[in-house]
Every structure is written in structure tokens, then in C-alpha cells.
Design a protein around this ligand. Structure first.
Ligand code: NDP
Ligand code: MG
Length: 394
């Protein structure tokens, strides 16, 4: 049964869910299922998982679906032939559908660089973005945010840390931020040293202590690259200088991030680690919606602890910080090399620590561009991918 709430007179927001079959995508559909009086699903997209896409389409009856892998197009079309759902296939269709007027909010939940083009198209199309795909801002944050300002498009973070900062900043538009502090769980290998990490395999690295997520971000969390990408994401989302972005390890993941203002006052946003909350907030903003998610209980014994990240061991955080400060195409190169490294690690082609070496060597190889045009970001991405792949022995 949908949960009743106070906002039933508001017209339903039409949601385009890009990456509907992923961890964020499926949790977003759980949120929407509880609030069908507020949200309608207009667009669903997947890359390979045609079966889940069809199942979702039969339940939510969107206007259209896109299956990225062209080879699965006929199968999806056949499965939905007795419905009104329009079916599109291929990478190009993602952008074409993003350019349509059929929705109000894009939930950008594709993983990796692949999310950039459709998200940029939605911004150009004047659509509100609920942003999970952090790589979009890591790669081309200046262009995406500049376009968002021009088009007066709100970019509302879904990433839990950035949602926390966003929530802390509500009502504070005129007040200067001294710094933001991103909390990091530390991942499954918190406290471990290189002599342990050298032997780590994919299945172990995929076991995150606090969150269940897609494979790529799970590995990024284990290497701390995720926090590095989030530092760059924070810079663009909140228009910060690199030196205003800080990280603290907080293994319990109860405080989702903090903002310190110029008077020294610190605001934090807290709650149990559950992505459904930031997803729901991004979709319903500026309203909050009643829900039945479990609550954090201060009366239960437990400690909230904080420590410095171990950057000697988890050097990805150093590389990402370097990219944050250097700017230009460096974050784009870092991201591309990282995607190749994670892909290779997930297929047991390189070791856990090799990922950092691969990224570092790629960053040294690709020429620096201070103010890249969009095409130059695409070229830097391709060059970094090719070089990183060439370092992996077949
Ligand atoms: P998943 O891997 O679980 O899902 C990715 C989604 O994108 C799937 O729908 C997948 O389709 C689709 N997809 C994959 N590759 C492509 C491609 N080349 N072109 C188009 N679509 C593609 O990822 P998550 O849901 O974990 O993460 C999504 C984004 O959200 C990432 O950027 C991540 O960093 C961010 N994020 C995730 C969090 C989480 O808790 N999971 C938390 C904070 C941020 P298919 O299933 O068919 O392969
Ligand atoms: Mg996060």
C-alpha cells in the first residue's frame, strides 16, 4: 500500500530513471512504489539486464524504455509488445530520450563515464537532475554545472555525503562555508596495510561493511577512490575551492557529512546508512516525505568514531586529491584510468594495489589541458583508457 502523506495535491513528478536496473535504480523504484501518488515513471533504461528492465516496465508502465545493448532490443520489444511502452535500443537512444520533453526529473543512476552524455543532454533540455552518477561531475564538472546555471537546472545530489551537505545548506544560501567534511566508512579494508592488500581478491573487496552497492562503486570504496571522486564531486556541486573539501573516516556511517560555516558552527546530517533516504529526498525536494525506514536509535549502545584516512596505504585518495587541486582534464584522466583499473581487477586481471599504479602512470602519461572543451574531455577519456589498457598484460 502506498504510504499516505500530506502532499497529495501536488501534480505527480514524471521521473526518467537512467540506470533503473542498478543498485540505485532498483532502490529508487522501491521509493517510487511507496509514493505512486507523487511520482510516475516515464522512462527506464538498462544496459544489459533486459529481463529486469522488462519486469520493471510491466510493473511501472513507463512511456518508454531504452536497452543499451542493441542485441537485446528485439527481445525487449517482443516482451513488451502487448503494452503501450515504446522500446528503443543503443547508446545513442539514451541521449535522444534524454532530449525529450516526456519527464520532469532525470535520476542519473548509470554507472561511470557512460552517464555523462545523457545527463548533459537532460541539463541542456532544462530538466531537473537527481544526480547519483558522480563520474559526470568528476569528468566534466565545469561544463555540466555551467550549463546547469545557464539553464537554471537544479542538480540535486543523491550521493549520501552530498545529500547530507545539501541538506545542511538548506536555509544557508547567504552564509559562507568554511569547509565541508566528507565522511568515509573506510571500506572493507579499513586498518589493513599493503602486505595484506596485495593478496586481496575481488569477492573480498566487494563486501562493503555498511552499504550494498553496484560492483564498481564497491571497489572504489575499498580503494578509497570513491571518496576521492566525491571530493571532486563536492567541489562542483557546492562551488568550493579544493582546500575547502576535507575527508574524515567515520566507520559507522551514521554522520553522512558535515558543513562548517565561517562562525565555526558545524552542521551534520545523520541517519542509518540507507540510500533510499537520499534518493527519496532528491526526488521529493524541497518536501520531506513520511516513510517507514528504520530509524537510528541514540539510546542503543554504540560509538561514533572518527580518524584520519590512511593515505600511505590508500594512495588513490592522494591521486584524487592531486586531480582535485590540479583541475583541467586531470580528474577526467583519473576517472578513465580508474574505470579501466576496476574493470581489470573485477576480472582478476590485475591485483588490488596494481589499480593505483595503473592510475598514477596514466595520469603521468596523458598531456595536461587546463581548460578543456567537451570534445577534449572525450579525447582525454579515450586516451587515458587506451593507455591504461595497454599497461595491462593480456
Ligand atoms: P550498478 O552497477 O548497480 O548499476 C548501474 C546501472 O547503469 C545499471 O542500470 C546498468 O545497466 C547501467 N549501465 C551500466 N553500464 C552502462 C552503460 N555503458 N551505458 C548505459 N547504462 C549502463 O551501479 P550503482 O547503482 O551502484 O551506481 C550508479 C551510480 O550511482 C554510480 O555512478 C555510483 O557511483 C553512484 N552511487 C551509487 C551508490 C550506491 O549505493 N549504489 C551510492 C552513491 C552513488 P545493467 O544493469 O543492464 O548493466
Ligand atoms: Mg557516497
Amino acid at each position: 500500500m502506498p504510504i499516505q502523506n500530506l502532499h497529495s495535491d501536488i501534480p505527480r513528478k514524471r521521473i526518467a530513471l537512467f540506470g533503473s536496473t542498478g543498485s540505485i535504480g532498483t532502490q529508487a523504484l522501491e521509493v517510487i512504489r511507496d509514493h505512486l501518488n507523487l511520482f510516475s515513471v516515464e522512462i527506464l533504461t538498462a544496459q544489459n539486464n533486459d529481463e529486469l528492465l522488462v519486469k520493471q516496465a510491466l510493473e511501472f508502465e513507463p512511456n518508454m524504455v531504452v536497452i543499451g545493448d542493441d542485441k537485446k532490443f528485439n527481445k525487449v520489444k517482443e516482451a513488451l509488445k502487448n503494452t503501450h511502452v515504446k522500446v528503443f535500443g543503443g547508446e545513442q537512444a539514451l541521449e535522444e530520450v534524454a532530449a525529450l520533453d516526456a519527464y520532469d526529473v532525470m535520476l542519473a543512476a548509470i554507472v561511470g563515464f557512460a552517464g555523462l552524455k545523457p545527463t548533459l543532454k537532460a541539463v541542456e533540455n532544462g530538466k531537473t537532475i537527481a544526480l547519483a552518477n558522480k563520474e559526470t561531475l568528476v569528468v566534466a564538472g565545469d561544463i555540466v554545472m555551467q550549463k546547469a546555471v545557464e539553464k537554471r537546472v537544479p542538480v540535486i545530489p543523491v550521493d549520501s555525503e552530498h545529500s547530507a551537505i545539501f541538506q545542511c545548506l538548506v536555509g544557508e544560501t547567504r552564509n559562507r562555508i568554511e569547509k565541508v567534511i566528507l565522511t568515509a566508512s573506510g571500506g572493507p579494508f579499513l586498518g589493513k596495510k599493503p602486505n595484506f592488500l596485495v593478496n586481496v581478491k575481488r569477492d573480498h573487496a566487494l563486501q562493503h561493511p555498511n552499504w550494498t552497492m553496484g560492483a564498481k562503486i564497491s571497489i572504489d570504496s575499498a580503494t578509497l577512490m570513491n571518496k576521492g571522486l566525491e571530493m571532486i564531486e563536492a567541489k562542483w556541486l557546492f562551488n568550493l575551492k579544493p582546500e575547502q573539501v576535507h575527508v574524515v573516516v567515520h566507520p559507522q556511517s551514521i554522520i553522512h557529512s558535515l558543513v562548517q560555516f565561517e562562525d565555526g558552527s558545524i552542521k551534520a546530517q545523520m541517519g542509518l546508512p540507507d540510500m533510499k533516504l537520499p534518493i527519496q529526498y532528491a526526488l521529493s525536494f524541497p518536501q520531506r516525505l513520511a516513510n517507514k525506514f528504520p530509524r537510528y536509535d541514540f539510546k542503543r549502545p554504540g560509538q561514533l568514531t572518527f580518524e584520519e584516512p590512511d593515505t600511505k596505504t590508500f594512495r588513490n585518495l592522494v591521486l584524487a586529491t592531486e586531480a582535485l587541486f590540479k583541475g583541467g582534464n586531470t580528474p577526467c584522466v583519473l576517472n578513465a584510468a580508474n574505470e579501466i583499473a576496476v574493470y581489470a581487477f573485477l576480472r582478476n586481471r590485475i591485483g588490488f594495489l596494481d589499480m593505483t599504479d595503473l592510475i598514477e602512470r596514466t595520469m603521468q602519461h596523458v598531456p595536461f589541458i587546463e581548460k578543456p572543451a567537451l570534445e577534449e574531455y572525450f579525447e582525454s577519456d579515450a586516451e587515458a583508457r587506451n593507455f591504461a589498457a595497454s599497461l595491462i598484460k593480456l
